[in-house]
Design a protein around this ligand. Structure first.
Ligand code: FMN
Length: 258
């Protein structure tokens, strides 16, 4: 088995790695440079792990699945989606892009993870030990998922018609939100042009131009730059300066969650 993940701020990477370690699977970011078709060809089961955005699949993961659709045909598919609180059918949402639709999916699970929307006033940003309980639970769930996949147990979280209906309440609007946000990264006067955002952007959307950081209309709203900017000078989607940034999952937090 091989697991591919997209992770804006580290949560999905954490789950992909926990699951893969427990399942004895290979684990690779979709941002890496690799011969993905050749890697997929060697396996009978392929896993995907990604964060849910408005009950939808992030663009980097959608594009990855569509690009490698031919190689993915007739593979057994495992879907692991991470979320803050709720997505309805966040894992099921990937089926729209899979060559075999939902029929190839043998396992799907949702994982509640720390908040990475640093400037969303409804939810607090927590870091380090504050996330311990969430990560302990998520780790147990990832290990249980690995065990169940290896034993051939079928679980398809988010595939019930009610979950799909609930998911639709968010996912119907999300494409519009995503389209508008794609070209709406805002950089405040606090920017020191350190270039970090350009180096870490998974979409290569941000570049260092003569007049500062420029955008190319490809923002996938992953929040990586919003959380990493040393000056808290970047916003996307919600244009409020984050009071506190999400620092992702540190080695120390990983140790605590074992
Ligand atoms: C733009 C955006 C939209 C999100 N939408 C949802 C959502 O609809 N439901 C939810 O529970 N969490 C939502 N989240 C939270 C993330 O899915 C969650 O924090 C995820 O674990 C982040 O994973 P990552 O660190 O791998 O990027 C959203 C996050 C972002 C940045």
């Amino acid at each position: 088995m091989i697991v591919f993940y997209f992770s804006g701020t580290g949560n999905s990477r954490f789950i992909a790695e926990r699951f893969s370690r427990a399942a004895g699977a290979a684990c690779l970011s979709v941002e890496e440079a690799a011969d993905f078709d050749a890697l997929i060809a060697q396996e009978d089961t392929v896993g995907f792990c990604y964060p849910v955005y408005g009950s939808c699949v992030p663009r980097p993961m959608r594009e990855f699945v569509l690009t490698h659709g031919r190689a993915l045909a007739n593979k057994r598919i495992v879907i692991l989606s991470t979320q803050l609180v709720f997505s309805g059918d966040g894992a099921h949402a990937l089926c729209a892009f899979l060559p075999g639709g939902k029929s190839d999916v043998v396992y799907a699970e949702h994982f509640n993870m720390p908040n990475n929307i640093a400037n969303f006033s409804l939810f607090a940003v927590k870091n380090g030990r504050q996330n311990r309980t969430r990560l302990v639970k998520a780790t147990r769930k990832a290990e249980r998922a690995a065990d169940e996949v290896l034993r051939g147990r079928i679980r398809r979280r988010g595939f019930h018609w009610l979950s799909i209906l609930i998911g639709k309440s968010q996912s119907m609007l999300w494409p519009l939100v995503e389209k508008r946000a794609a070209n709406d990264v805002r950089i405040s006067a606090d920017c020191t042009r350190c270039g970090l955002c350009a180096r870490i952007c998974p979409m290569q959307n941000l570049t260092e131009g003569e007049n500062g950081i420029e955008q190319g209309g490809k923002c996938a709203v992953c929040y990586r730059c919003v959380n990493a900017c040393p000056e808290r000078a970047i916003t996307t989607l919600i244009h409020r300066k984050p009071k506190k940034q999400y620092l992702g999952i540190s080695e120390e937090t990983v140790r605590l969650s074992r």
